[in-house]
Design a protein around this ligand. Sequence first.
Ligand SMILES: [Zn+2]
Length: 272
Amino acid sequence: MNASRLRQEVQFRGVGVHSGEACQVTVAPGPDSSGCWMEREGQRWACLADSVVDVERCTVLGNGQASVSTVEHLFAALAALSIYDCEIRVTGPEIPILDGSALPFIQGLKPFLETGLAIEPLELGQPLWVGNEQSQVLALPSPVCRFHYSLYYPQTPIGYQEASYEPLIECFEQKLAPARTFALEREVEWLRANGLARGGSLDNALVVLADGFSSPLRLEQEMARHKCLDLMGDLYLLGRPLLAQVFAVKAGHRWHVELARKMLRELAENAG
Ligand SMILES: [Zn+2]
């Protein structure tokens, strides 16, 4: 499979959606086959599922002494651009939320891509499943890569939505990247009351009201597409492209990351 490398470093600045603090991230080229690494406050860790320290409202990576939240939208962009060797330096507790989607990351990184690298994809030896009664993610061995997401929020304007995406065939920039972070209005009240979503605003999130949305939708099925984007971002924690079909039903970061961990475990067992 083809991979890309960055020609130069690229910087993004903005507010962190959960902390409300000013954050800055620099994505720099890394040596070939070195993998993706993250650094904050003198601490450094591999961007792999083992480095996940929290999955409650977003995906948080760290090493016990430092951590960085909300990595998923940047990682979705890196996965879509096939950048697997890079150094990510972060100032502040989060990756900036920017407009709540992956589009600004794609637009910032894309002009500095160099193609022509090869990378071995991760292939599944058997079907894998994670989940509980409400949420499931199923991954099936397949010669093609395809992500499918469905979600159901009864009695809200979201209702039932589904989205699917084939990375090697479809255009990420058009199909998934513009889909924004969303939250239900009653969730936003709870988050605020608990000191979360301090940097959340109508410029970086779509709020689902009782009778509509806080701003016009950018895409049909925007929420399902955003969840598909989150799934891709979390599966970037495999460290290489995935060759499988993944079906997610009303899942979230917890289950996406659990699946990535299970895949890496299975791979290690088969190798050993
Ligand atoms: Zn998201």
